[in-house]
Ligand binder design. Sequence first.
Ligand code: MN
Length: 303
Amino acid sequence: MSVDKYIATTKDVGGIPVARLLPQAKRKTVGAWCFLDHAGSDDLKFADDSSGLQVGLHPHINLQTFTWMLQGEVWHQDSLGNRQLIRPKQVNLMTAGTGNQAGISHTEQTPEGIKDLHAVQLWIALPMNQDIKPNFEHYPELPEWQKDGIRYILTTGQYQGYSAPTTQFSPLLGVDMQFDVTGKFEIEKQDKFEYGFLVIKGELRINGQVYGQDELAVLSDCENAQGELELWASEGTHVMLLGGEPLPHPTVIWWNFVGSHVDDLKQAVADWNAGHARFGDIALDGTALKRLVAPQVPDALKA
Ligand code: MN
């Protein structure tokens, strides 16, 4: 087993400060999880003249967007006709579908009067050997329990005998963990999984190495028993444990697109900018939102 540490880069997404943990130059995925943003914080309060998160109409292909809401509220609207408010302890899962005919587009907006935002925004790369249709699912209630001073919420997958209702196309895990005590703990591991710990708040130690807020620990080659795993967290720590089986093909990412080959991305850029029907549409009249333009795929990007 190996444990690697990754540090966030700070970005602005729709007016909100986000810490981006995936992709990294040396680590593109954890299982099929291929994008990881920690957006806002418990303490974030929008300025009086700020309208919060305002993400204009943009497309996705070959991935699922997975929103895990911790604080605040966000309106999701998509080209399938869905309009859904997401609140804390809920998951929104939007599936773009697979292949060069499929796609989806959506907007995300803080409702008027809401002044806070704290969320984990993830993407899941879809297995390209499956014919997957665009879809949107909202999960208002998820398994929640406490054990040995840790509060758990299961956002996807199976853990400690609990099972989340969240749709999966490859084996995945997402567990929100909050520590009410300081001390050692263990995780349940599944065969073939690699794991990542996102530290949302507090301090985690893995084999003596310290991980603080907006740092990601990736555990790979987990079947190798030579690697011992000693986990420790301080009281008040909040982490998200991610896990999954790696996909059988490489994943390339450009802008809001994922594919197994750079040609998938070039096709999507051309199609979106030409207004292709594969992405549907949303009427933006009467809103402050714009339709975003896809930047060209750089020549340096390789599959
Ligand atoms: Mn999006």
